[in-house]
Design a protein around this ligand. Structure first.
Ligand code: HEC
Ligand code: HEC
Ligand code: HEC
Ligand code: HEC
Length: 166
């Protein structure tokens, strides 16, 4: 009896210990590809099109965000490169954050303010297609990071949560 109990406990301990080792080792054991799945990065709006065609087409047709890089280009001539960089934070996707817009040459797919400025970086979601891996409802607080009070005054409108997307 005691012998059986003991060996059961022993096996349990061994299993526990084993899983600790696996857990401890796993971060370094992940391949680069798997690591990129852990930390979502930006993929660009076109990647969403195959599965969310309606949202994509409405967005491209109606939302000014889908053409927001053009607004920079319209004023480009009169601006220094320093000034231009300031526009990127609001008129492109993910500028200044890991995996975000860098330049039109390096990251053309992120040059406009796309789906991911509201729904968050989508690299994990486009792979696993799960609802948990994407933000459904952005907060108004998020809108205000770009629609600042200064701009709301200048353009005389306050964004409502269901505008500007699709
Ligand atoms: C390979 C297909 C696929 C791609 C690509 C894809 N999605 Fe999804 N998405 C899904 C599926 C499946 C669901 C879950 C639908 C359901 O359960 O109602 C979903 C749900 C969502 C939801 C709702 C989440 C919720 O909580 O209800 C949002 C928002 C979303 N996707 C945004 C995006 C964005 C933005 C992109 C591009 C970065 C994208 N999706 C790319 C398949 C995809
Ligand atoms: C990353 C910055 C950013 C975020 C976050 C953001 N917007 Fe915008 N939005 C813009 C820019 C830039 C434009 C103007 C694009 C242009 O005309 O060049 C715009 C335009 C709009 C417009 C004008 C009309 C239209 O159809 O395009 C509305 C409405 C709007 N946004 C609503 C929202 C709402 C609601 C949220 C939050 C859920 C939000 N925005 C979040 C940058 C942002
Ligand atoms: C803090 C965020 C932010 C920054 C920085 C920013 N913009 Fe915008 N811009 C917006 C938003 C938001 C709108 C949409 C109107 C609104 O809601 O105020 C807009 C609208 C515009 C429009 C008008 C588009 C139209 O169709 O009427 C132009 C042009 C523009 N921006 C150019 C620029 C340029 C050039 C820069 C850099 C010098 C810049 N913006 C910097 C957020 C920003
Ligand atoms: C300006 C912010 C904004 C942008 C940009 C945006 N969305 Fe959304 N999206 C929303 C909001 C707000 C909802 C509504 C969430 C709710 O009411 O539950 C939503 C809902 C969704 C849903 C859930 C189904 C539905 O319609 O309720 C999907 C899927 C989705 N968006 C995909 C996309 C895709 C794909 C793009 C780019 C082509 C995109 N969104 C761009 C704000 C945005």
């Amino acid at each position: 009896m005691i012998g059986i109990r003991f060996s059961k406990a022993y096996v349990t301990l061994l299993l526990l210990f084993g899983s600790f080792i696996v857990l401890a080792m796993s971060p370094s054991a992940f391949s680069v590809e798997e690591k990129s799945l852990l930390q979502p990065t930006y993929v660009g709006s076109l990647q969403c099109k195959p599965c969310h065609t309606t949202e994509y087409e409405n967005f491209v047709r109606y939302a000014k965000k889908s053409r927001s890089y053009r607004s920079i280009e319209r004023l480009e001539k009169g601006l220094s490169s320093n000034d231009l960089e300031k526009c990127y934070a609001c008129h492109t996707t993910g500028y200044g954050t890991p995996g975000g817009f860098v330049s039109v040459e390096k990251t053309p797919h992120l040059r406009n303010a796309g789906c991911e400025v509201c729904h968050g970086p989508g690299s994990v979601h486009v792979e696993d297609k799960l609802r948990v891996s994407i933000t459904r409802l952005p907060t108004l607080q998020l809108c205000y990071t770009c629609h600042t009070s200064e701009r709301i005054r200048a353009f005389r409108f306050t964004p409502l949560i269901h505008g500007g997307g699709h």
